[in-house]
Design a protein around this ligand. Structure first.
Ligand code: DO4
Ligand code: MG
Length: 275
């Protein structure tokens, strides 16, 4: 089942049929203990609707904070070791890749998040910007993973490269995060064979494409969540981006009007242009 948030309310989709959800607050849904069963019941007890309009999609987020894990894929570790060399990055990134404690950082709240029909941004003081296609977990207030969506952890690599302490500036700014198109709600964990695919189109032509799978993710999602919830409460739950395993080559930087397409099997494709 995929849960979508639109300007006309919430819809749940199964087998290409869309059902209107009588609850119109995503926050209320995320707080439910029986989210999956509740949505299954919406499908079982109502008729499909034609009212769902893909052009009305909004980011599937309410009052949840968005957090992110970093250096959880070998590709990200390597890229960051390289980019931080001239700043004396040393073995910083290798140490966090291998450490028991993961890197977790605050990324966004709803007003900084782009949805499927809005644009992401690159910082005006950045010269080297990339998307980071990431598998995003939806976690309820009790710390249970209840859904999955596609995330983009937009990053200013030149700013982070100067000094890792600039990470919040490299990572957190208006529309530096995208989520969507909907949230896959399922009780069982997603398969490790699940593919993540990134395409960046410039003037309609492929400027970069890359792939990874969840098998490359070094950390266990439940352990990331456990660290995030240590001494921290999330009354409306939260999203947790799980890190990037796809990094474009160093000479690549995003430009205005580029189209970023991130596909995760079973969830869908999140498409954003760059403002
Ligand atoms: O350590 C910096 C951030 C890493 C990150 O965002 C990632 O690996 O996805
Ligand atoms: Mg990232």
């Amino acid at each position: 089942m995929i849960l979508y948030r639109t300007r006309q309310g919430l819809f749940v989709e199964q087998d290409r049929n869309y059902y209107r959800c009588d609850e119109d607050s995503l926050d209320a849904l995320v707080r439910r203990e029986d989210l999956h069963d509740y949505l299954a019941d919406v499908i079982a007890s109502s008729e499909p609707t034609q009212d769902f309009d893909v052009n009305q999609l909004e980011a599937p987020i309410g009052r949840q904070e968005v957090w992110a894990a970093g250096v959880t894929y070998y590709r990200s570790r390597n890229a960051r070791i390289e980019e931080s060399k001239s700043a004396g990055g040393g073995d910083f990134y290798d140490r966090v890749y291998s450490a028991e404690r993961p890197e977790l950082f605050f990324k966004a709240v709803a007003h900084k998040v782009a949805g499927p029909t809005s644009a992401v941004k690159i910082r005006r003081d950045a010269s080297w910007s990339v998307p980071e296609p990431e598998w995003a977990l939806l976690v309820n207030p009790r710390g249970a993973i209840v859904g999955y969506t596609v995330g983009n952890d937009m990053s200013s690599r030149d700013i982070e490269a100067v000094n890792p302490l600039y990470l919040p500036q490299a990572k957190v700014y208006d529309r530096s995060c995208a989520l969507g198109p909907g949230i896959l709600i399922q009780k069982e964990p997603m398969a490790k064979t699940t593919a993540i695919h990134l395409e960046i189109l410039r003037s309609g032509a492929m400027a970069f494409s890359g792939n990874t799978t969840l098998a490359e993710l070094k950390r266990d999602p439940a352990t990331l969540v456990e660290y995030l919830f240590r001494d921290q409460t999330f009354p409306y739950g939260c999203f947790l981006l799980t890190g990037t395993g796809i990094v474009p080559p160093d000479e690549f930087s995003l430009q205005s009007k580029d189209e970023i397409r991130i596909t995760i099997t079973s969830i869908g494709t999140l498409v954003n242009t760059v403002a």
